[in-house]
Ligand binder design. Structure first.
Ligand code: NAD
Length: 259
């Protein structure tokens, strides 16, 4: 049912975004990849998706901290693949610090990338989806869209903001065959989590070794969520079976926010 649809997945050169891009490609969806990283590694992923799944895959290095580049990314996807039927707003970064030391530039970066980028890309993608009377928008939020943790003021604020954006756009597009949902993962072992280990150790006064244990203490399953599990949820949200699911915040967190 998804075969021949076209998707833009932001922040898909790594982690959750890459897993979602690959899972959609496995369903026959053509993919616009986006994100930073080593050019040769990205080209290997892009061409690998094409040969493995028999779809078209293109890549844009758009820096989504800039609103104009978010809009340009959607235009690129429309020009290269013919349309943007599925938009996954996934790119994100983290910074861990007590509020009184939280660097202003990190606050601005996280709000720009983790929240405003989704606004700009969604704004650019919705007209085409409305015209075709079909669309799927998935925002990679977080358990931190529902609950807070100390030392993550910008991230928690951005993710709570994404929850509001998700619900609002879902209401505006509900009669156009468009669904808008947020996925709220708990801890998933990706470079984003790996990179916050030293700062979390510093902020909490524990060793780096203790941090991993500390993170999993949040999750009743005591296991990291796998990127493939998040990707499977994204594919389901794109399916016909999920067409009445809109404006929802989907928890995939090993029971974290149920506690
Ligand atoms: P990751 O570091 O593996 O991937 C982040 C992606 O964003 C990369 O492709 C990176 O190149 C891209 N990116 C960074 N800056 C960018 C920019 N300015 N413009 C465009 N792309 C940019 O991290 P991840 O864990 O896969 O995170 C993906 C999303 O999942 C994020 O929104 C994150 O907040 C969310 N999330 C992650 C976890 C987790 O535990 N890993 C939990 C909940 C939510």
């Amino acid at each position: 049912m998804l075969k021949g649809k076209n998707a833009v997945v932001t922040g898909s050169t790594s982690g959750i975004g890459l897993a979602i891009a690959r899972a959609l490609a496995a369903e026959g969806v053509n993919i616009t990849l986006n994100g930073f990283g080593d050019a040769a590694a990205i080209e290997k992923e892009r061409s690998g998706i094409e040969s493995e799944f028999g779809v078209k895959a293109v890549y844009s290095a758009a820096d989504l901290t800039k609103g104009s580049e978010c809009a340009a990314l959607i235009k690129f996807g429309e020009e290269q693949l013919g349309s943007v039927d599925i938009l996954v707003n996934n790119a994100g970064v983290q910074h861990v610090s007590p509020i009184e030391d939280f660097p202003d530039d990190k606050w601005d970066l996280i709000i720009a990338l983790n929240l405003s980028a989704a606004f700009h890309a969604t704004k650019a993608a919705v007209p085409g989806m409305k015209a075709r009377k079909w669309g799927r928008i998935i925002n990679t939020a977080s358990a931190h869209a529902l609950v807070a943790s100390p030392f993550k003021s910008a991230y928690v604020s951005a993710k709570h903001g994404i929850a509001g954006l998700t619900k609002t756009v879902a209401l505006e597009t509900a009669t156009f065959g468009i669904t808008v949902n947020a996925i709220c993962p708990g801890y998933v072992w990706t470079p984003l989590v790996e990179k916050q280990i030293p700062d979390t150790a510093k902020a909490r006064g524990i060793t780096e070794e203790q941090v991993k244990e500390f993170l999993l203490a949040e999750q009743p399953t005591k296991e990291f969520v796998k990127v493939e599990e998040v990707a499977a949820l994204a594919v389901f949200l794109c399916s016909d079976g999920a067409k009445s699911i809109t404006g929802s915040l989907q928890q995939i967190d090993g029971g974290w926010v149920a506690e």
